[in-house]
Design a protein around this ligand. Structure first.
Ligand code: IGM
Length: 456
């Protein structure tokens, strides 16, 4: 990253005397102490644990400076009121400083796919970077901005919303030049109440957009009352300015035409909505000056993200919430809260499968055990725990839940109960159930998701 310590102190308005700190170039920023390397800036955030507890560790690992909300002794620090606000302020400054073009994508479904498609098309021509994993919130988005390679010219950012106002904040941080809302769906109805509120929230994407910028939105009457005055708006879908024709669904691909290109397009994915996502990506690529040939060939060879937080369908109809990406206590707690808040299916149960989070160090057992606060028999019906460090959580959960509802499966150097875990879940999961799977990538939960989807 292309920032120095004194520059950062100035931008975030450090309240302490930083004159004695040398103006070193900062290598990168991290809020997870496990990822700190020599020359980094540590940003302590409040997750499940307060990041301030990990400042010493971060410095030991080579951080040259840390942000802090309280005064520290013997540690180089920048004093701020709120570390999250400082992170966001710094990210916004970095957008200006680098002059990178931001392309923003939001939508209830398909935003990740669309983001990946836009990335693949722009990357044919420009040094391009995109949101990794589910880093699409008020922490992940500024982190993504500050983590882009120095030569990045186009930055494709995914923006998520849990509450009204989320997208406005993200848009004001990133100030997109181009943006798309893929779909106004029903996600998070529990927080928003109505589809109209969801539409309103997504349309706040324009809050940070300059007047000469372009916004693509679905041709869905629900957004009519939120159309902005300033920016150019193009609507896609039936009756809109951008639309699909001649859609042919094949076993593993889709072929179609779009009204703004004169050759047929083909993408190696199924699901009609993906043709719409590809149309959005193609239009943005065209706006960014990419040739029709490059667009066609990049779409034919798409490279889509797998294995992030996503809803899937088991072959028996059960709903799967698969999250095998972020392996840290905060992310695990957040997904448990999200899963707890989702309305149950009538006659259906909620099953939770948690596996070890790796590399949590000497306090790993305790960090796993602290998940007990997010596990309540009021919310969940069956709990399956798999791994070594999660064993302590099993004892706590078994004491808290009705008998026979908490199950433990071993994984250590001598023994691995993975096959039993898979067999138990396959036998137990009914079509009306909902199941959450969460753990470190190396715990192989993705395999269980595949089995449930009947792909292996
Ligand atoms: O949900 S997140 O993963 N997220 C990231 C950004 O994009 C969207 C999703 C997330 C969020 Cl929102 C916030 C935080 Cl603060 C993750 C974190 C986070 O990294 N939390 C972490 C911890 C907590 N609580 S990382 C981490 C801890 C690593 N730390 C333990 C606590 C390692 C460690 C273990 C033992 C030690 O002695 C020292 C450090």
């Amino acid at each position: 990253m292309n920032l120095t310590l004194q520059e950062i102190a100035r931008v975030i308005g450090a309240k302490n005397d930083t004159n004695l700190l040398s103006d070193l170039p900062i290598n990168k920023i991290e809020f997870d102490s496990r990822l700190i390397e020599k020359g980094d800036l540590f940003i302590p955030l409040k997750g499940l644990r307060d990041g301030h507890d990990f400042i010493d560790l971060a410095i030991e690992k080579g951080a040259v400076v840390t942000l802090s909300e309280k005064d520290l002794v013997d540690v180089p620090y920048l004093l701020v009121d709120d570390c999250l606000v400082a992170l966001q302020t710094l990210a916004s400054y970095y957008i200006d400083k680098t002059g990178v073009d931001v392309i923003a994508v939001t939508g209830s479904n398909g935003k990740t796919t669309t983001k990946d498609m836009i990335f693949d098309l722009l990357a044919t021509t420009y040094p391009t970077y995109k949101t990794q994993g589910n880093y699409n919130n008020e922490i992940g988005l500024p982190y993504t901005i500050l983590s882009m390679p120095k030569d990045t010219q186009k930055l494709v950012l995914e923006m998520g919303q849990d509450h009204l106002g989320d997208i406005a904040l993200l848009s004001e941080i990133a100030r997109p030049k181009l943006a798309a809302i893929t779909l106004i769906g029903e996600a998070h109805l529990e927080f928003f109440g109505t589809r109209q509120k969801i539409a309103q929230g997504k349309m706040q994407l324009t809050k940070g957009m300059a007047l000469d910028s372009l916004l693509l939105i679905p041709n869905d009457a629900i957004v009519d009352e939120f159309i902005p005055q300033g920016q150019t708006v193009k609507r896609f879908g039936q009756g809109g300015e951008l639309y699909l024709t001649n859609l042919v669904e094949e076993k593993e691909s889709l072929r179609f035409r779009v009204n703004f290109l004169d050759e047929e397009l083909s993408i190696p994915v199924t699901g009609k909505y993906n043709a719409t996502n590809a149309m959005i990506a193609a239009y943005i690529a065209l706006e960014e000056g990419i040739s029709q040939e490059k667009i066609i060939s990049a779409l034919a060879h798409l490279n889509l993200t797998k294995n992030r937080t996503e809803w899937k369908k088991a072959s028996n109809g059960a709903d799967i919430l698969s999250d095998v990406y972020n392996a840290n206590p905060t992310a695990m707690r957040l997904i448990l809260e999200t899963f707890a808040n989702i309305p149950k299916n009538e006659a259906g149960r909620k099953l939770v499968v948690l596996a070890d989070m790796k590399e949590l160090g000497p306090t790993s057992q305790a960090l796993h055990e602290s998940m007990i606060d997010s596990l309540s028999p009021d919310d969940f019906d069956q709990i399956y725990l798999y791994g070594q460090d999660i064993k302590g959580l099993f004892d706590l959960a078994a004491a808290k839940f009705p008998q026979g509802t908490v199950h433990y499966f071993v994984k250590n150097d001598q023994q691995d109960d993975f096959e039993q875990l898979v067999a138990t879940i396959v036998a137990e999961l009914d079509r009306d159930d909902q199941i959450l799977l969460k753990g470190s990538n190396s715990m192989n939960l993705a395999k269980i998701v595949d089995v449930l989807e009947n792909k292996s």
